[in-house]
Design a binder for this molecule. Structure first.
Ligand SMILES: O=C(O)CCC(=O)C(=O)O
Length: 292
């Protein structure tokens, strides 16, 4: 894994083949099909999905999900451990999780090269230690050249490009596009890239094709000027209630839930949080108080 961490730092992106096994991907795909159709279903009944034909944003689905496999993937212990290693931090938070279904022959998914930081920090990215944020794309389906690969520009070709503006257009900056590389991926591969890496999604050339991906951002909890979502915002929704009730301590912590031993916990908060999430194992939080 060290080789990938080095490549991410030096090149600005790295593809980790087979990060997840087929079985994990298949489970996640079952959850995705609750949200979005297969390409075949879409072709057979296009009138059921007028939004898909017109709007590239309409097939984006944000965390938390009704399907627990997708929630599990977004906070997967293997990803969290890897991000901890990259940041040198033990307080990694999920900033964003968005599943995206793209279909050939529908809207145009071709994007301009851009940096992702505008929606993820109030300032501009800093690429050292726990200031870094990690962008990831988990591919749930194979991505060939005609299934809308992500393109990324190695950092050495963008060092003079500056940070502002985040979007760069082909007509104005053709040189940047000369160096973009397509990321051809198999289902289960994980692409990591930095907030300073120019990249873009491309159009699906295969009119019958589809592409399913999970777009993730992680950060350290230390810097309140970074982040995309405050997950408490979704606290009234059943999927978040269920996620908190049924998931692990580490995965809960990854959305900002106070860890066992955190000063927030006392007899009163333990009791009341237990009432808010009936069925949740409060044991680790109880033990955390006893140890403190
Ligand atoms: O879908 C992709 O491959 C990249 C998408 C992307 O860069 C974006 O939407 O910001």
């Amino acid at each position: 894994m060290q080789k990938h961490i080095t490549e991410l730092r030096e090149q600005g992106f790295t593809l980790i083949p087979g990060f997840f096994k087929r079985a994990d991907i298949q489970k996640a795909m079952k959850d995705i099909y609750q949200l979005a159709p297969t390409a075949k279903e879409l072709a057979a009944t296009p009138d059921r999905y007028p939004h898909i034909l017109e709007d590239t944003e309409s097939t984006k689905f944000e965390f938390p999900y009704a399907g627990s496999h997708l929630n599990h993937m977004a906070t997967h212990p293997r990803i969290l451990k890897l991000v901890e290693e990259i940041l040198g931090a033990d307080d990694v938070l999920l900033s964003r999780s968005c599943v995206w279904a793209k279909y050939g022959g529908t809207a145009d998914f071709d994007q301009a090269l851009h940096l992702d930081y505008e929606g993820n920090t109030l300032v501009v990215p800093r690429e050292d230690g726990d200031h870094r944020q990690v962008n990831a794309i988990l591919y749930y389906s194979d991505v060939t050249a005609d299934l809308g690969p992500t393109y990324a520009v190695p950092l050495k070709h963008s060092k003079n490009a500056g940070m502002w503006p985040p979007h760069r257009y082909r007509a104005k900056e053709p040189a940047l596009y000369k160096h973009e590389q397509p990321i051809l991926a198999k289902a289960g591969d994980l692409l990591l890239f930095s907030m300073s890496t120019f990249h873009r999604g491309s159009g699906l050339l295969d009119p019958d094709g589809s592409r399913y991906t999970h777009h993730l951002v992680y950060r350290s909890a230390k810097h309140a000027f970074t982040g995309h979502y405050l997950w408490a915002h979704f606290g009234e929704h059943a999927p978040l209630q269920r996620f908190i009730t049924e998931t692990s301590v580490a995965q809960r912590s990854a959305i900002g839930f106070p860890k066992p031993g955190h000063p927030y916990w006392n007899e009163a908060t333990l009791k009341a949080v237990g009432e808010r999430y009936p069925g949740m194992d409060m044991g680790p939080y109880v033990k955390g108080i006893r140890r403190a």
